[in-house]
Design a protein around this ligand. Structure first.
Ligand code: AMP
Ligand code: ZN
Length: 116
């Protein structure tokens, strides 16, 4: 179920443009508007889910699918061998700024650890 005023739900409904790389019945992948690495894409479920805390057993297939899509996108974008990171920020201290669960796929440069 979509959520009114959710920016990612608006992207799903194509009410806001994005640079889309992949779409199927469950997920969308698009370029992050403020890239933090040469490759920085966002993977979202089409269904609105506020954050990681809202996941349950029924979400497990969707989350597994998201990781498989992420892997395929990493291969397509040429970062599978050099390496990449998948990040999902949750809540205020996790740095979540969009309340629609999403996964960042970052790569194309040496990533630091630990994150700030
Ligand atoms: P987070 O801060 O972890 O919630 O991640 C939200 C991400 O969404 C940020 O990296 C933003 O740059 C990105 N973002 C916000 N609005 C858009 C948009 N309209 N199109 C693409 N990426 C967006
Ligand atoms: Zn949403």
């Amino acid at each position: 179920m979509e959520k009114k005023d959710c920016i990612f739900c608006k992207i799903v409904k194509k009410q806001i443009p994005c640079e889309m790389l992949y779409e199927d019945d469950k997920v969308m992948v698009f370029k992050d508007i403020s890239p933090q690495a040469p490759v920085h894409v966002v993977i979202i479920p089409k269904e609105h889910i506020d954050d990681l805390n809202c996941l349950n057993q029924e979400s497990s297939e969707l989350i597994g699918h998201i990781f498989l899509v992420a892997k395929k996108i990493a291969m397509t974008l040429g970062i599978a061998d050099s390496g990449y990171r998948i990040v999902s920020n949750c809540g205020e201290q996790g740095g979540q700024s969009v309340q629609h669960v999403h996964f960042h796929l970052l790569g194309g440069r040496m990533l630091q650890w630990p994150p700030g």
